[in-house]
Design a protein around this ligand. Structure first.
Ligand code: FE2
Ligand code: FE2
Length: 271
């Protein structure tokens, strides 16, 4: 199976780049399944139902969220009506929506998509991500119930993400980090056959501070004072993420390639 995962889409510019580029990438790279992280797609904070529809219509099979899952209040209702939006599995017991779900690609192959939040340096103390992910993976054996399993590990710390990668090794096709908005250079296939990348990066303007216009975050760092709200940067967008090929029988990764298309970062693509 040929899978593309795109990191956090930042605001209007990020959405526009996904709409413009994803249909072409789907075709050119003969993608079977696409997952897009949408937690920052609406003004940099959260995701509205309308913007979720835009990402799905552009070619995302599933949209994942993150710690900003419900920053846009209409997501509280929208997620109950749209199965293709996945929130973190360990967000809160009362949270609407689901943190793991089985989907089908166009040829009927089953793909499990799940997301989990880390605990290190996150704003809130979320439930233990490791026991939460263990429960999900035990219920959906790779190569049995699911031909491919994609784990979006939404964390600040690379150490926690790497630990999650090894924790899922052999049990998931891909463990990919999101949340920091900065892509890492450690794409690899772990010993048990799990594709791994500490962070997918963002689909946003990298001439920024993690996707926000530079002036306000720099002011806050330099002076300690706040003047305005953050707003997503609007320059040239790099679509960042990871491309994965898997073996349908085992569900294991056979090839992993970092993806960077357009904008300020050096390009990387599977073809
Ligand atoms: Fe996040
Ligand atoms: Fe994010």
């Amino acid at each position: 199976m040929k899978i593309l995962f795109l990191g956090d889409v930042m605001g209007r510019a990020g959405r526009a780049a996904v709409v413009e580029q994803l249909p072409r990438l789907r075709e050119e790279w003969r993608l079977d399944f696409v997952v897009v992280n949408g937690e920052n797609a609406s003004g940099g904070m959260g995701l509205t139902g309308d913007h979720a529809r835009v990402l799905l219509a552009a070619g995302a099979d599933v949209v994942t969220l993150g710690d900003h899952a419900f920053d846009q209040k209409d997501m509280l209702r929208f997620i109950e009506t749209e199965q293709r939006v996945i929130r973190p599995v360990n967000y809160a017991k009362e949270a609407p929506g689901k943190g793991a779900r089985l989907f089908e690609d166009r040829r009927g192959r089953k793909v499990l998509v799940t997301q989990v939040l880390g605990q290190v340096f996150m704003k809130r103390a979320f439930d233990d991500p490791f026991s939460a992910m263990d429960t999900v993976l035990r219920a959906h054996p790779l190569g049995g119930q699911a031909q491919a399993i994609i784990v979006d590990v939404h964390c600040e710390a690379t150490s926690e993400k790497m630990a999650m990668g090894h924790f899922c090794n052999g049990r998931a096709s891909l463990v990919v980090g999101t949340h920091t908005h900065v892509p890492t250079a450690d794409a690899m296939i772990l010993s048990g056959g799990t594709g791994y990348l500490s962070d997918a990066g963002m689909c946003g303007d990298y001439d920024s501070v993690i996707g926000m216009e530079k002036a306000e975050p720099m002011r806050r760092f330099v002076t300690g004072m706040t003047r305005e709200k953050f707003s997503p940067a609007r320059g040239a967008v790099t679509l960042s993420g990871v491309y994965l090929e898997t073996d349908d029988r085992s569900g294991h990764a056979t090839r992993i390639v970092p993806v960077r298309v357009g904008g300020h970062l050096p390009p990387s693509a599977p073809v």
